[in-house]
Design a protein around this ligand. Structure first.
Ligand code: ARG
Length: 588
């Protein structure tokens, strides 16, 4: 469906043109002064210079032509030349009815679907997931869903960190503990065991132990570096250990991400790109893109227009080892080859921005990625504790994701059982659903690039700008609708009231914005805009609810109109929380 702002702009364009002005002045925005009007057009001010006329005169000329407007009930000119608009409630109502009929609630899918890849999650295998990975998963999942909602083809890739030094550390520690395993017997010729020589619990204990020891023990560190080198050069036994590590970790990661309602289409990792590196380096050297600088192989990426220094992208160390950037470039070769993306969005900690500037420039310069492909870095800020420092456990350690989720769920469980008597089982499953909304909404309601404070008390509150408040609103609507249908009445075929009361119209005005908000959230990759919108929508609904006797309304037609508006409000809220990556329970 066409957006309301566009429908209004079309009418205004006719009016501007009819009065002898340029159509392009007819841009319409939401009102900055909701006390005065609902929408506004500032085109008269913009045109004043070109037409050498006072803006108010232009505005008056335009307004005079809108007396019989289809959508505008009231057009007021206000100094110095604002055109203030109020909508006809019956038009608003029919627009909402059309939204209800439309399978997409009025969102117009793109006519030029793109192939978009979202690189997010990015956990490092064998290291426990920690809260730093939480933001990437939450934001990336939402960006993916928003792009899909707009009709694009989207692939989410977890891009595992599965090829680094941590693997060498684990191999070294395992060899210390269980030297008898066949993986460490260079003469071993048989088949390696199917069964992994460790559980996830052991693996998670092995890695920090090894990492700590390597920091103190130089010989041990050398051994781990050597094991990493041997692994990366195809050592048979180490490759077998690596596969065990992968299987055990990936199974655990899948479970964790499922709990977060995060789903990846591709489970590729750094390791998958390795086979492409030798040819890539060969070509970049041969074609003169890469040159040796202080022993390392680098690609210059500085541009004339840069105001600060952008260091070259390093692709090989002097000892021949490849680096983070090498892997990202090789991954791009693979992505272009396998999926021909129009666009790739990287949802990564903003402290990695320089790395991506270097990689993107190197990829474009060397033709690894075609010029027309968009490479986009969506950097996010840090999740801090109440002390303003990166979020930690009470003991000061790195908070594991599972524990964080557990803590929130317990808090939610407490609140739910305090509020009313409820079966423990039901309270548990509700706490899980609502807890997830607290975490995700708490994160997504902030602009991604900003740091934010993870505040358990605030995020789990049923009041204010929180996930639980949004869910509470949905549950409230569900309960009204259920009461209505419980008496045998049907919700189908209801239409929104044309003559609306004040708070009813305010709710209607919020509801019609849905398609515009979704479009903007996509264009700006900004889930926080959806959060801001549903907070407004939920507030408008709750105000209407408190001021209106819905089910006891005596006029049957009016009552049905209310219910129609409730059905639509619920559907919009549900669609929005779906792209944010959480859902509502039946009861709370
Ligand atoms: N594994 C990396 C980290 O933990 C994030 C990966 C981001 N994606 C990428 N293509 N480099 O920092």
């Amino acid at each position: 469906m066409k957006k309301i702002v566009d429908l209004l702009a079309e009418e205004l364009a006719e009016a501007f043109e009819g009065a002898g002005y340029d159509r392009s002045l007819a841009r319409v925005t939401l009102s900055n002064r909701p006390d005065l009007c609902e929408y506004q057009c500032n085109g008269a001010m913009a045109g004043a210079k070109a037409y050498k006329k006072a803006p108010v005169m232009i505005a008056n000329d335009v307004a005079a032509r809108l007396k019989d407007s289809v959508y505008m009930e009231d057009v007021q000119v206000v100094n110095p030349g604002f055109i203030n608009i109020r909508l006809r409630p019956e038009k608003l109502a029919s627009y909402l009815d059309e939204m209800k009929q439309d399978g997409e609630l009025g969102v117009e899918k793109t006519k030029t679907p793109q192939m978009i890849m979202v690189d997010y999650g990015g956990p490092n295998v064998a290291k426990p997931l920690h809260v730093g990975h939480l933001r990437s998963a939450i934001i990336g999942e939402s960006v993916k869903r928003i792009a899909r909602k707009m009709g694009h083809k989207v692939l989410g890739d977890i891009h595992l960190g599965d090829w680094g030094y941590q693997m060498g550390l684990i191999i070294t520690e395992l060899k210390e503990r269980k030297p008898e395993l066949p993986y460490f017997d260079e003469a071993f010729e048989g088949e390696y065991p199917q069964e992994a020589p460790f559980t996830i619990g052991e693996l998670e204990e092995i890695y920090p132990a090894a990492s700590a020891r390597a920091k103190e023990d130089e010989v041990y560190r050398e051994a781990a570096l050597n094991a990493t080198y041997l692994l990366q050069n195809g050592h048979k036994g180490y490759m077998a250990v690596w596969r065990h590590i992968m299987n055990v970790s990936v199974a655990d990661l899948k479970k964790n991400y499922r709990n977060l309602n995060v789903e990846f289409d591709l489970w590729k990792g750094e390791a998958d790109a390795q086979e492409l590196i030798p040819d890539m380096i060969e070509r970049l050297k041969k074609e003169g893109y890469a040159h040796v600088d202080e022993g390392a192989l680098v690609i210059d990426v500085q541009k004339e227009s840069d105001t600060k220094e952008i260091p070259p992208c390093m692709i090989q160390k002097s000892d021949g080892a490849s680096l983070y950037g090498t892997t990202d470039l090789a991954t791009l070769i693979q992505r272009v080859r396998d999926y021909q993306p129009d666009r790739i969005v990287y949802v990564v900690d903003k402290r990695q921005e320089l790395h991506f500037v270097q990689v993107f420039r190197a990829a474009k310069k060397t033709g690894i990625v075609p010029e027309e492909t968009t490479l986009q870095f969506l950097g996010f800020g840090t999740m801090n504790g109440k002390d303003g420092k990166p979020f930690k456990t009470r003991e000061g350690g790195v908070m594991r994701l599972e524990n964080l989720i557990g803590e929130i769920e317990d808090e939610m469980y407490q609140k739910i059982t305090d509020n009313r008597t409820v079966e423990a089982d039901e309270a548990r499953s509700t706490a899980k659903i609502v807890g997830l909304s607290a975490i995700k909404y708490g994160d997504l309601s902030n602009q991604a690039s900003k740091d934010y404070v993870f505040d358990v008390d605030r995020f789990t509150s049923f009041e204010g700008n929180t996930g639980p408040y949004i869910l509470y609103t949905i549950v409230r609507i569900k309960s009204i609708l259920n009461k209505y249908t419980a008496e045998g009445a049907s919700l189908s075929g209801l239409t929104v009231n044309g003559a609306a009361g004040e708070s009813e119209k305010a709710l209607m005005l919020e509801a019609v914005k849905y398609n515009e908000v979704m479009e903007t959230a996509y264009e700006e990759l900004a889930p926080h805009k959806i959060c801001a919108y549903i907070y407004d929508l939920a507030n408008s609904f709750n105000r209407f609810y408190h001021e209106t006797k819905i089910l006891t309304e005596e006029n049957e037609e009016t009552k049905k109109g209310y219910l129609a508006l409730l059905v639509l409000t619920k559907e919009i809220l549900e669609s929005c929380i779906d792209v944010l990556g959480f859902e509502a329970p039946e009861r709370m």
